[in-house]
Design a protein around this ligand. Structure first.
Ligand code: FAD
Length: 534
């Protein structure tokens, strides 16, 4: 068990952040910040990581959940970006097999819509070519009948064939948590719900940060030789003289979960939206289908981003067009979520979906290093580049060690959990989320193997594990990012919130009033995310 991720571990980490000097402080516990903290700690640097909310509570927990090269970027000739993403995808498939799974995609080619057969065939060839390690099966071209054999519910009108290719699927928030855990295992001190409220400067140079613990409301100064700003769409708030923006152009993307039985997809399908031809994904997620995403400029409050009715209608229209028997309506949406892409500002002339997805690192006059852009998939390479800069600043030559190191639980865990008497579906889920050493102590305890909801393979002990070994600090942390009931349960888990809060309370010392407050906060979150229903 990683002691640093228990409630006691969190308090101890914050106490050490207050008293010890660091070589690097990473602000922001999304995938990029977590990756930087991991890389820095694995090189032997004294590293601290803080996030003002939960880990993955920003963009990194609201993605399409794909670990992919980004086939569509080939259209814009972003060969370098795709090559890097394909290689990072292959590394993740090899080093994180319990978290990152191969997935077959059918991409139908319709007359007069999308890329067209010749371009698509060429694009798929390039995509395969860019994969050096060839860890995934090669592409194939399918005749119309073969497309419909694979995906019988797809529309056959104007179908001229299709491509079959492979990418990978992950649980984005769980991937971030695994990277955070790996950082902590390597010696980084980590804390969620700890906000940097301002940077400290000595003689005009950044020398640390003022940190506020949002659980206790204590504030303290953390001293660090280098500070890395990995706060995604909030990047400009910490950069001197840029509080009103300038670096980031945020675009909003939403996703919806629908019952898979209604949509009818067997595996992953790539669509071109009827309205504007944008590429959309229809992805299998257990009994559900994940559909996304949109891409629209966002000028609102980044702390409150929710799907609106128009976004949802756009995705439903695309699904109904591609799968004519689906006839899905807003009432079929199990859950919906929205995230903001922290894209690098390029001037307003560019269409949202044409803005580059490449990352950039900025070094300001006061010494602050900021990093943004990129993808969930490319986080390791981004982190390597950022930590190379940190090392240069520190005058240290330390090689990067992340490329060969695994992230996430061992795959064999599933056999060990089966041997402990857990049923197959439960063992699989648990093994993909937790190291067996974390699960073992809870097995055999009263109600250990009881499911939280009969239709989902998640057990009550996972609530305890979330608190004791994954730093879950609020009810939302458990419902949204540790268990995912927010996304997958028909009522978004509302019926069990009181019991989950009670169980968390038994670990965290919450009284009845605190439990009730947590439940009300969660209800508010769910209501906000259902406002698209009108
Ligand atoms: C709709 C959508 C779909 C996507 N799909 C994919 C996909 O399928 N595959 C893929 O590879 N990429 C995908 N991406 C891109 C990818 O999600 C992002 O590039 C990546 O998650 C950005 O990570 P980040 O760490 O930079 O930002 P974030 O995850 O937003 O992390 C920044 C963190 O900083 C914290 N923070 C902010 N201010 C402070 C402060 N003052 N003190 C402490 N902490 C602070 C925030 O709480 C937040 O957790 C998608 C993006 C979107 C929006």
């Amino acid at each position: 068990m990683t002691q640093g991720l228990s409630p006691r571990g969190r308090a101890a980490n914050l106490a050490r952040m207050r008293s010890e000097p660091f070589e690097v402080l990473v602000v922001g516990g999304g995938i990029v910040g977590a990756g930087i903290a991991r890389d820095a700690a694995m090189r032997g640097l004294r590293a601290a990581l803080v996030d003002r909310g939960d880990f993955a509570s920003g963009t990194s927990g609201k993605t399409s959940r794909l670990v992919h090269g980004g086939l569509r970027y080939l259209k814009n000739f972003k060969i370098g970006l795709v090559r890097q993403a394909v290689r990072e995808r292959d590394l993740l498939l090899e080093r994180s097999p319990s978290l990152v799974k191969p997935l077959a995609f059918t991409i139908p080619a319709y007359e007069g819509r999308g890329m067209g057969r010749t371009t698509l065939r060429f694009g798929l060839w390039v995509y395969d070519f860019l994969s050096r390690d060839k860890v995934l099966p090669r592409r194939r071209w399918l005749r119309p009948g073969q497309v419909l054999d694979r995906e019988p519910h797809l529309s056959g009108r104007g179908l001229g064939g299709g491509g079959l290719y492979h990418d990978a699927l992950t649980n984005d928030a769980r991937l971030v948590l695994a990277v955070v855990r790996s950082a902590a295992d390597a010696g980084a001190l980590v804390a969620n719900h700890a906000e940097v409220t301002e940077l400290l400067r000595d003689a005009g140079r950044v020398s640390g940060a003022r940190v506020r613990d949002r659980v206790t409301e204590d504030a303290f100064d953390l001293r660090s030789s280098v500070v890395v700003n990995a706060t995604g769409v909030w990047l400009d708030r910490l950069r001197a003289g840029r509080a009103s923006g300038g670096t980031i152009r945020s675009t909003k993307g939403i996703h919806i979960f629908l019952p898979r039985k209604k949509v009818g997809n067997r595996e992953a399908v790539v669509l071109n939206a009827k309205r504007d031809g944008r590429m959309l994904f229809v992805l299998p997620w257990g009994a559900l289908t994940l559909v996304g995403t949109t891409d629209t400029d966002f000028g609102g409050d980044p702390d409150h981003v929710v799907p609106d009715a128009e976004d949802v209608a756009y995705l439903l229209e695309a699904v109904n067009d591609a799968f004519p028997d689906a006839r899905v309506a807003p009432a079929d949406v199990v859950s919906a979520y929205a995230g903001l892409r922290p894209l690098i500002q390029e001037g307003h002339a560019v269409r949202e979906s044409d803005i580059s997805r490449e990352h950039e690192i900025f070094e300001d006059d006061d010494g602050l290093i900021s990093i943004a852009g990129g993808k969930l998939t490319t986080h390791r390479a981004m982190a390597q580049e950022a930590v190379d800069r940190v090392c240069r600043r520190l005058g240290r030559e330390l090689p990067c060690r992340t490329a060969a190191a695994p992230v996430g639980p061992r795959e064999e865990g599933v056999d060990e959990l089966r041997a402990l008497g857990l049923e197959e579906s439960v063992a699989r889920i648990l093994a993909s989320r937790h190291p067996v050493e974390d699960v073992r102590p809870w097995i055999g305890q009263p109600s250990a193997e009881d499911r939280i909801l009969p239709e989902l393979p998640y057990l009550w002990i996972e609530v305890s594990m979330a608190v004791e070994s994954e730093m879950a600090t609020t009810l939302e942390d458990v419902m949204v990012r540790r268990l995912g009931l927010f996304y997958e349960a028909w009522d978004q888990g509302l019926a069990v919130t009181a019991k989950v809060a009670e169980r968390m309370g038994s670990h965290l010392g919450w009284d009845a009033a605190r439990q009730e407050r947590e439940v009300q906060e969660y209800r508010r979150l769910v209501a906000e995310h259902r406002s698209f229903r009108g």
